[in-house]
Design a protein around this ligand. Structure first.
Ligand SMILES: C[S@@+](CC[C@H](N)C(=O)[O-])C[C@H]1O[C@@H](n2cnc3c(N)ncnc32)[C@H](O)[C@@H]1O
Length: 201
């Protein structure tokens, strides 16, 4: 059976144009964040989907890597960014992919953690901690709503559970309400920035 753990689940959503998460552009908090140039810092975008943000990061002087396991999404993102950046859009599983080179300075999250089944969240957090440099930043959008498995994604965070999850490796340094959310996330979305600390149990 195709579940959100499988690329077919997402690929068929793209094929049916059933994509209520798709922003069709770069959201405001990220635009504001990118006012400060990256000076060649390495950023990873897991579950990049259509990948509108890839070009924005590149223009802000970041070295971008984006990954998605839906072939439809990757093709669309490659077309979106054009030939120069297309090689930076990888088809693969975020949990398995062997990323070459040094760890990332930044990881950008949008609608990815809410797309994976909640029982994978610790694995997701550990993977982020593995891929991000010490003192690197995890930034992006987080959806706060108690998850109901039978309803399918997006699976939000019940209040407090994100803090419990991330505190093992990350320190919350910014937390703001989002003003340009799509209807599916409206009133329940926050822009957050977390710094990778050395704390490990
Ligand atoms: C809800 S969509 C969000 C896409 C994009 N981040 C956005 O904001 O439009 C979730 C995306 O994560 C991708 N995805 C889910 N699990 C994945 C995994 N294990 N590895 C790579 N991509 C994954 C799906 O294919 C889908 O494109």
């Amino acid at each position: 059976m195709s579940t959100p753990n499988h690329p077919e689940f997402w690929n068929s959503r793209y094929l049916k144009d059933d994509t209520p998460w798709d922003f069709d552009g770069v959201p405001a908090d990220l635009k504001e964040f990118l006012q400060k140039k990256g000076r060649g810092a390495k950023v990873l975008i897991p579950g990049c989907g259509s990948g509108y943000e890839i070009q924005a990061f590149a223009e802000a002087d970041y070295e971008v890597t984006a990954i998605d396991f839906s072939p439809f999404a990757v093709d669309r993102a490659k077309r979106m960014v054009g030939p120069d950046l297309a090689k930076n859009v990888l088809l693969g599983d975020f949990f398995q992919y062997d990323f070459p080179g040094e760890a990332f300075d930044l990881i950008y999250e949008r609608a990815f953690v809410c797309s994976i089944l909640p029982d994978r969240r610790q694995t997701y957090r550990d993977r982020l901690a593995q891929l991000l440099k010490y003192r690197g930043l995890l930034i992006g959008y987080y959806y706060y709503k108690k998850p109901v498995l039978s309803e399918g994604p997006p699976y939000g965070f019940a209040w407090g559970t994100a803090d419990d999850l991330f505190s093992r490796y990350f320190l919350l340094v910014k937390d703001e309400p989002v003003n340009d959310s799509l209807p599916i996330f409206a009133g329940r979305e926050r822009w957050q920035e977390r710094r990778r600390t050395s704390i490990q149990e």
